[in-house]
Design a protein around this ligand. Structure first.
Ligand code: CO8
Length: 258
């Protein structure tokens, strides 16, 4: 397996784990973290033995944002030409479902990384926020767009304009956290949820993620057209025959990912 310096990568059954590991900087996301997370996620995505990915941090911080010390001296031109966003776009495009297991701070780029995932499981200690305004900038890894879609304009504006943090309960109420669990149960719950996903057939998982993405990116009419075609295409898979036969025969399905 590839050697990484800023993340720990392992697989547990059909679940790929990416653990951010820069404790000295509360898992701040520098360009090396971006390269490594993207490479690890792409490798899991290319592996048919993996049906779900979990991204997590430490108890204290999922990630406290993009690395301020790395960005501080950059010019606008550096930011533009460096295409710092490009790597994260690649991460957000993986076909495999991704769960963010968030404990502690998920701020700025950390909150934005969580929002690039499909499910956000939050420990009751989680704190979400987009504090970039306090640094004289704005969210730059998709936060201004994804947060509005996740929690609506007024809650997003409250967070982005004040830079305040919200706790896990508020995040769940607002629709950002899919679920909140006690901190001590976060990783086990993430593995359990990921296993439940990974037990499904890959064609249907990829299809489900594609139409979910479509819902965020298109009008209702376009999204419904996309769903209709993707739904129909799944009837050419063995998994569809197996899933429906298993239902009729009152047994658990045995998906082959075909
Ligand atoms: N970048 C770099 N280092 C950080 C960061 C960060 N985002 N956050 C924490 N650290 C470092 C601290 O500097 C400190 O290091 P040192 O011990 O060497 O001084 C260490 O982590 C521990 O942090 P604190 O001592 O500050 O810990 P506290 O418990 O006192 O505070 C906080 C925790 C509240 C999380 C505090 O660290 C904090 O406010 N951090 C910054 C949060 C923030 O502003 N995040 C947004 C960053 S900007 C951003 O994310 C833009 C995204 C768009 C990027 C687009 C490019 C693609």
């Amino acid at each position: 397996m590839t050697e990484y310096e800023t993340i720990i990568v392992d697989s547990r059954g059909r679940v790929g784990w990416i653990t951010l590991n820069r404790p000295e900087a509360l898992n701040a996301l520098n360009s090396q973290v971006c390269r490594e997370v993207t490479a690890a996620a792409s490798a899991f995505d290319a592996d048919e033995g993996i049906g779900a990915i979990v991204v997590t941090g430490s108890e204290r911080a999922f990630a406290a944002g993009a690395d301020i010390k790395e960005m501080e001296s950059k010019s606008g031109l550096d930011m533009l030409l460096g295409d710092h966003f490009g790597g994260w776009t690649q991460f957000a495009a993986v076909r495999t479902p991704v769960i963010a297991a968030v404990s502690g701070y998920a701020l700025g780029g950390g909150c934005e990384l969580a929002m690039m995932c499909d499910i956000i499981l939050a420990a009751d200690t989680a704190k979400f926020g987009q504090p970039e305004i306090t640094l004289g900038v704005i969210p730059g890894m998709g936060g201004s767009q994804r947060l509005v879609r996740a929690v609506g304009y007024y809650k997003a504006a409250d967070l982005i304009l004040t830079g305040r943090m919200m706790d896990a309960a508020e995040a769940e109420r607002s629709g950002l956290a899919s679920r909140v669990v006690p901190a001590g149960e976060l990783l086990a719950e993430a593995q359990k949820t990921a296993e439940a996903i990974a037990a499904k057939g890959l064609p249907a998982l990829y299809a489900a993620k594609a139409v979910l993405d479509g819902a965020l990116e298109s009008s209702l009419a376009e999204g419904l057209r996309l769903e209709k075609h993707v739904f129909a295409s799944l009837f050419d898979t063995e998994d569809q025959k197996e899933g429906m036969a298993a239902f009729r025969e009152k047994r658990a399905p045995d998906f082959q990912g075909r």
